[in-house]
Design a binder for this molecule. Structure first.
Ligand code: GDP
Ligand code: FE
Ligand code: FE
Ligand code: FE
Length: 187
């Protein structure tokens, strides 16, 4: 699928602000794919569609999680986590993208998972550091991403977990698993 076609499809699903974010993720993901030797076309498509389900009604997302036998513990956690796996499903069924590598990059862009592929890491980080992002700690992750993708990922996860702790929010187990897997792989 060509970029302009993909962008036209996703623009209809998003607010203007979220569409601008998506363009930032796309540019960042392509640059990271070039630098780290991932498939640039897959990075482009995964980035374009990563937030496809962001504005679906919660009722619809809940129904899809149940009907498609997605991890049930999602329903106990913040609804913000739902758009990633539901997005992967809708991008396959509504847009017709069947590439598992792309769909997994969408599916795991919010929580990560243990043993993430290069493409999954790139989408996770690009989502975090695209030029429109301005929260505390983002600059440090941008710097790390220039040299070491895993270090950037660890720092992004640390920031996210710390942010959730500060807000007195529960932490989704997969987020912790992602962090642990990366820490235990470090020498
Ligand atoms: P966005 O869709 O571009 O805004 O970014 P993400 O999909 O990465 O994240 C969406 C939201 O999920 C953010 O506000 C994160 O703080 C939140 N989030 C990420 N991981 C967790 C988690 O483990 N638990 C909870 N409660 N929220 C999380
Ligand atoms: Fe997202
Ligand atoms: Fe993210
Ligand atoms: Fe995003």
């Amino acid at each position: 699928m060509e970029r302009h076609e993909a962008l036209e499809i996703v623009q209809k699903q998003l607010t203007d602000h979220r569409y601008q974010h998506t363009l930032g993720v796309m540019e960042t993901a392509i640059a990271l794919a070039k630098q780290y030797g991932a498939d640039e076309k897959k990075a482009e498509l995964a980035a374009i569609f990563h937030d496809y389900a962001k504005f679906r009604p919660k009722e619809e997302m809940k129904r899809i999680i149940l009907e498609q036998n997605m991890p049930n513990d999602l329903l106990l956690h913040n609804t913000e986590l739902w758009h990633a796996p539901v997005g992967a499903y809708l991008v396959q069924t509504e847009v017709g993208i069947n590439d598992e590598a792309i769909l997994n990059a969408i599916r795991y862009h919010t929580s990560g998972r243990s043993d993430m592929t290069l493409l999954e890491k790139i989408i996770y980080i690009a989502d975090y550091i695209e030029p429109g992002r301005i929260f505390p700690g983002v600059e440090e992750v941008r710097e790390l991403a220039k040299h070491d993708l895993d270090e950037a990922l660890i720092q992004a996860l640390k920031n996210t977990i710390q942010f959730l702790l500060k807000k007195n929010q529960p932490i989704y187990p997969t987020t912790i698993e992602t962090y642990n897997a990366l820490m235990m792989k470090k020498k």
